[in-house]
Design a protein around this ligand. Structure first.
Ligand SMILES: NC(=O)c1ccc[n+]([C@@H]2O[C@H](COP(=O)([O-])OP(=O)(O)OC[C@H]3O[C@@H](n4cnc5c(N)ncnc54)[C@H](O)[C@@H]3O)[C@@H](O)[C@H]2O)c1
Length: 248
């Protein structure tokens, strides 16, 4: 990054989010780690500081409006501006449609979809006032092709909504100088996917030309590219990080 930027990363306490936090920090950004897991988020911020970077941890449930408002306030109090928002927080729900409860459906939609809307709505006026900003939403290949072998229709529906929201917001925000994109990773080795059986994992990998899962760092590299000056003319892109899965 050419200048010092301030980046909020939701769900930054572990997995893909933590890899993004580390890379952004290495590139010189001051990072706000927003996560429901307060202790883990604080440990991540401490790690960044120990490595010579700048980070704070903020306890936030992205599906709660007041938490999101507090996330913005604490970011501004710490660093005075917000340049980058990476909506990475998310949860997964697996199982056939007949087994999904109403409350499970609602929880996934609240966090994966409403959470993205709430953070974007809160940050936009700040970015518009400065005519500058980068927003990156974490979707999934499931949002493009539907749920896979695990029957994760609810998760896929939430990520499909994130894709449509990203494209809409990209059109709305671009005239204000704000760049909005999304990433669609395939299977990535994190806690979210650690519960897969060997059989499930092999079945998924069988569909991926590279025949392996992504490392969190590989997804983070694409995320950091899309919020960098190198991607200054990329708008409304829904970028696959998928080892070739979505290739025509
Ligand atoms: N791992 C994969 O295979 C994969 C593939 C495609 C997309 N994704 C997406 O990437 C993102 C990160 O996934 P991951 O694999 O690192 O998962 P993960 O479960 O390891 O990490 C998710 C993080 O989000 C946080 N979080 C959950 N609910 C939250 C809430 N309400 N408010 C704030 N923080 C919350 C968790 O505490 C955790 O730190 C998710 O949006 C996920 O859907 C993951």
């Amino acid at each position: 990054m050419a200048e010092k930027r301030v980046a909020i990363v939701t769900g930054g306490a572990q997995g893909i989010g933590l890899a993004i936090v580390r890379q952004l920090s290495q590139e010189g950004a001051a990072v706000v780690i927003g996560d429901v897991q307060q202790a883990k988020a604080q440990a991540a911020a401490d790690q960044v500081a120990a490595a010579g970077g700048q980070a704070i941890a903020v306890a936030v449930d992205v599906s709660r409006e007041q938490d999101v408002a507090a996330l913005m306030e604490q970011s501004l109090a710490a660093y005075g501006q917000i340049d980058v928002l990476i909506n990475n927080a998310g949860i997964v729900q697996t199982g056939p449609v007949t087994a999904i409860t109403e409350s499970a459906w609602e929880k996934v939609m609240q966090i994966n979809v409403k959470g993205v809307f709430l953070t974007c709505r809160a940050v936009l006026p700040l970015m518009m006032a400065r005519r500058q900003g980068w927003i990156l939403n974490m979707a999934s290949v499931a949002g493009k092709r539907g749920g896979g072998l695990l029957g994760n229709s609810c998760y896929a529906a939430s990520k499909g909504a994130v894709i449509a929201f990203t494209k809409s917001l990209a059109r709305e925000a671009a005239p204000h100088g704000i760049i909005v994109n999304a990433l669609t990773p395939a299977l990535t080795d994190t806690q979210m996917t650690s519960g897969l059986s060997d059989e499930q994992r092999q079945a998924i990998l069988g569909q991926i030309p590279l025949k392996r899962a992504a490392k969190a760092e590989e997804v983070a590299a694409a995320a950091c590219f899309l919020v960098s000056d190198q991607a200054s003319f990329i708008v409304g892109e829904i970028m696959d990080v998928d080892g070739g899965l979505m290739m025509d």
